[in-house]
Design a protein around this ligand. Structure first.
Ligand code: GLC
Length: 566
């Protein structure tokens, strides 16, 4: 058993109902974080062994992506049993141990809840198939008769988000709806048992000490499937204003009002953050309402190019929005569904290349050619420092603290993402190869069969360049990305205070973005190529790679952010 370390500046957790407002949350994709038993798949014991690393990094909470029993048809988002742990990942006892170790280290724990669908191996779905058409067991899912003379055509021409038809035929001829992979049948949220069962799941984890929940595709649960079903073309033309048959329907908030009462049964109340790819910050605010989930991911920064004017607009709009709703802003640059930001920023501008609104994973993957990796990393570090200076909470994705690039060199046969397998190269978004490139197991050491991830080979192949970006390689280097994140997260603690930001109009303009936080803090980002004069004040941190953190800096280089105090 590993010995947990306590963060010197953060004793064990004290109850605090507002902890989430300014938290730095670190997303762990459990299968790719650390593998303690050498089977190539990351596990809870592996995470436990890395709690000291997490504590040293200086995060406030961990968000664990699904670790539930699963056939891994969609990386664990196909859940067989939401109240258990996959035996390849660990046991419930190990989950409790992880939760205890994190809490001792001053780190809170958020788990992923997947409400839109179960897996096709879930006991309910197996019952539904066995019980046959017209049975009560089928009511928990969405099963329909097909069209055509013998029902041989699906009930509608809808496409699943991962490509291919959204309906799958079962043995007796009915069809079930799956918004995502075939192995992810959509649940029927009009069914009281479905609603009750999720309350049970929330309590199950809250009772085990979980502090909060990340809610998967929170905007899809409730649907209007009254006949006749619209065509795919009609659906695409309908506004997503609360009345769309499939996405972001107003009634979904009745579900979350029920969840809120479950959260309030606990002291402090459990928290939640919605993954909701909706049409506007106003629509998003409904999910972030204190009467609902309380917080929602804001993916605006993630979807923007490295551009001072865009950043400023996004920051201003979202802070205004969260002030209106009483929530706090969230900032995200990378997660398990999108191309890592170091690579994104090295690609030609995104503007105009996104094909389907709201389907962020369609920007995943990416060609090796045409990427300026050096520029990408430089901008990524600048954007991360900008993000970490903002009021609100920051959601980091494992490996971004190493400045990891997307791994493009995965042989097709080894790819796991259904988004890769269900689509043709033409409709995979821009050069998309699916999301495996962002889910490659982390490099901990320079050497070893899987760069310290585990004893054996990793479940996705790791490239040779992982040696130089490993934790071991970066720990020794004070100018590494890891060292920058560690310093930034330590300094960020001092920033905690009112969720306020004042634009520094004298310094801002053109490619430069500058704002002050209470306490004389100044964050300046230079999105241009040319250096600009460093403003007056004590320079605390500069993002530029290779810069000696101890040397005096008079200029802020291009694609860089500096933190100052004055
Ligand atoms: C969410 C998850 C994604 C998953 C999808 C279906 O968007 O982030 O990884 O594939 O939902 O569950």
């Amino acid at each position: 058993m590993s010995t947990p370390t306590h963060r010197a500046d953060s004793p064990a957790l004290v109850p605090d109902a507002d902890w989430w407002r300014e938290a730095t949350v670190y997303q762990i994709y459990p299968r790719s974080f650390a593998d303690a038993n050498g089977d190539g798949i990351g596990d809870l014991r592996g995470i436990i062994s890395r709690v000291p690393y997490l504590a040293e990094l200086g995060i406030d909470a961990v968000w664990l992506s699904p670790f539930y029993p699963s056939a891994l048809a969609d990386g664990g988002y196909d859940v067989d049993d939401p109240r258990d742990v996959d035996p390849r990942i660990g046991t419930l006892a190990e989950f409790d141990e992880l939760s205890a170790r994190l809490h001792e280290a001053g780190i809170r724990l958020i788990v992923d809840i997947v409400p839109n669908h179960s897996s096709d191996r879930h006991v309910w779905f197996r019952e539904a198939l066995a019980a046959g058409r017209g049975s009560a067991a089928r009511e928990r899912y969405i099963l329909r008769e097909g069209r055509g003379e013998h029902g041989e055509l699906p009930p509608s021409d809808w496409e699943s988000v991962f490509g291919g038809p959204a309906w799958e035929r079962v043995e007796d001829g009915q069809w079930y709806l799956h918004t995502f992979a075939t192995e992810q049948p959509d649940l029927n949220w009009d069914h009281p048992e479905v609603r009750e069962d999720y309350h049970r799941t929330l309590r199950f984890w809250a009772d085990r000490g979980v502090d909060g929940f990340r809610v998967d595709v929170a905007h899809s649960l409730v649907k209007d499937l009254s006949e006749p079903l619209p065509s795919a073309a009609e659906l695409a033309a309908m506004p997503q204003d609360g009345t769309h048959p499939l996405w972001d329907r107003d009634e979904v908030h009745e579900v979350y009002a029920g969840w809120r009462s479950v959260f309030e049964e606990y002291t402090p109340p459990r928290t939640a953050v919605a993954e909701a790819w909706v049409a506007s910050p106003e629509r998003r605010a409904r999910y972030a309402s204190p009467a609902g989930l309380g917080q929602a991911f804001n993916f605006d920064l993630l979807e923007a190019d490295f551009d001072a004017a865009d950043f400023r607009r996004i920051i201003t709009d979202n802070l205004a929005q969260s002030a209106r709703t009483g929530s706090s802003s969230t900032w995200v640059l990378s997660n398990h569904d999108v191309v890592r930001h170091a690579t994104r920023y090295g690609l030609p501008p995104l503007a105009g290349r996104r094909e389907k609104q709201g389907a962020s994973w369609l920007v995943a993957g990416g060609p090796e050619e045409g990427i300026d990796r050096e520029l990408g990393l430089r901008r990524a570090r600048a954007a991360s420092l900008l993000e970490l200076a903002l009021p609100g909470s920051a959601y980091l994705y494992q490996g971004e603290e190493l400045g990891l690039h997307e791994v493009a060199e995965i042989p097709d046969a080894e790819r796991q993402d259904p988004a890769f397998w269900r689509t043709t190269p033409e409709d995979r978004g821009f050069d998309g190869l699916g999301r495996d490139g962002t889910r490659v197991p982390l490099p901990w050491t320079r050497e070893g069969s899987s760069y310290g991830f585990g004893e054996g080979p990793a479940h996705l192949p790791q490239p040779e360049w992982f040696a130089d970006v490993s934790v071991e390689a970066q720990e020794e280097d004070p100018s590494s990305t890891l060292s920058m994140y560690r310093r930034a997260l330590r300094l960020r603690r001092e920033l905690e205070g009112p969720e306020e930001l004042t634009w520094d109009e004298e310094l801002s303009g053109g490619d430069v973005l500058a704002f002050e936080r209470p306490g004389g803090w100044l964050c300046v980002t230079n999105c241009g190529e040319q250096p600009v004069a460093m403003p007056a004040g004590e320079v605390l941190l500069v993002s530029t790679p290779g810069l000696d953190p101890a040397a005096p800096v008079t200029e802020l280089p291009g694609s860089s952010t500096a933190w100052l105090r004055h």
